[in-house]
Design a protein around this ligand. Structure first.
Ligand code: MRU
Length: 382
């Protein structure tokens, strides 16, 4: 299932599948430098909060590992202080690629903290560098097991909540939160996969998720590859879906969750939450505890990334009817669907769903619920 693996590594070699070309073309890109990693994240060739943190840490590890093998060694390996002066701006630079997801900042901060503690113990820069490489590679792989754990915790909780009697559940998800967005299995999409594996799923509905179409391009590909029964809807059809079908839960991922449970996620998540509340459908956030940012009390301080205006005017995909080039490959195109000189375009990449609209927050450690009458969570107590 190569198409579902966002990052491939072999020693110091790091490759990503170019998600801008999916689902029509599977093309791997070699990421050799920190700048290439930064560009791949910023330009959305790789996306999804955990996956971008993994690429950043893997590129960082390969960069340091390459330096360790260079003869003579570069000047920054002459002392732990020189190494720190070299590494700190790299970590800061990687963090600037996309600001909303907590994972990237948490990963770079974790490496910066290790650098400080290791510097106090290790005598030489090479030993500090080796510790940083090991930690960076650890960060990149550790979310898959957490995803499986939270999917099981959440899936069992949801089945019980609907009385255990409803055998087949219909759920709605937004964006793409599967293997392509993580190091494997996925968060909300992992939850859906778990329901399917347990024989509890009827249909997974998913929104197209304009303007980047993570739903219609990526979630569609993942669900199809996994043979999970699914139905795509346009973003504007969520209300209609809730009026005409029995939906047992909305399951979404998260880019950052505040201490009180306010959750930043892909644009359109808030719309789905408002409609879910109107229809009394449980609205569930599925994210690892590393996505919970206890340093922020509520969602008002989450910085929301705005994407370039032109991206909201474009649709990309393969020509239809299918057209092949001289090498037998599908011809891909990017088409502008607005007047080319359109002004006044609002294009936030994420929105914040207030905790009062969220029924449960599922992590690898807990299913957080609000106490009777409360509108907020206190995730520091979970
Ligand atoms: O802009 P994207 O595609 O990176 O946005 C992705 C999302 O909003 C996901 O829901 C979130 O990162 C969680 S992925 C497990």
């Amino acid at each position: 299932m190569d198409a579902l693996k966002s990052i491939r590594t072999d020693g110091d070699k790091v490759e990503i599948v170019n998600q801008l070309l999916l689902p029509h073309t599977i093309e791997y890109l070699d990421i050799q430098t920190i700048e290439e990693a930064h560009d791949a994240i910023k330009s959305m060739k790789i996306r999804g909060a955990p996956a971008i943190a993994s690429l950043a840490t893997l590129a960082f590890a390969s960069n340091l590992s390459g330096a360790l093998q260079t003869s003579p060694p570069p000047a920054f390996l002459s002392s732990p202080e020189a190494l720190e002066a070299h590494v700190t701006p790299i970590l800061d630079y990687l963090y600037t690629a996309r600001p909303t997801a907590v994972n990237l900042g948490a990963a770079t901060r974790r490496l910066a903290r290790l650098l400080q503690s290791s510097k106090n113990v290790q005598q030489d820069a090479a030993s500090v560098a080796r510790e940083l490489i090991a930690e960076a590679r650890l960060i990149a792989g550790e979310d898959k097991a957490q995803n499986m754990k939270m999917s099981q915790l959440g899936g069992d909780w949801l089945h019980k909540r609907v009385g255990g009697s409803t055998k087949y559940l219909n759920v709605l998800t937004v964006c793409n939160t599967g293997s392509l967005a993580t190091s494997g299995y996925g968060t909300a999409l992992g939850f859906i996969t778990y329901l399917h594996e347990q024989g509890l799923l009827d249909t997974a509905y998913y929104t197209q998720t304009a303007p980047y179409h993570q739903g219609s391009r990526l979630t569609a590909l993942e669900l199809k590859t996994l043979n999970i029964p699914s139905t795509m809807i346009c973003d504007v059809m969520v209300g209609s879906l809730f009026q005409h079908k029995t939906i047992h839960a909305v399951l979404v991922g998260a880019d950052r969750v505040a201490k009180n449970g306010d959750t930043a996620n892909k644009i359109g998540t808030y719309n789905a939450a408002v409609l879910a509340a109107r229809h009394k459908i449980p609205f569930v956030v599925v994210a690892p505890t590393s996505t919970v940012d206890l340093d922020i009390t509520d969602g008002s301080s989450i910085s929301i990334e705005h994407r370039p205006a032109v991206e909201a005017c474009l649709v990309r995909g393969a020509l239809y009817p299918p057209t092949l080039d001289a090498n037998g490959k599908k011809v891909l195109a990017q088409v502008m669907v607005t007047p080319s000189d359109l002004e006044g375009i609002y294009n936030p990449s994420f929105d914040v769903t207030p905790a009062e609209l969220i029924t449960a927050i599922v992590t690898e450690k807990y299913v957080a619920l609000k106490k009777d009458g409360e509108t907020r969570f206190d995730l520091s107590k979970e």
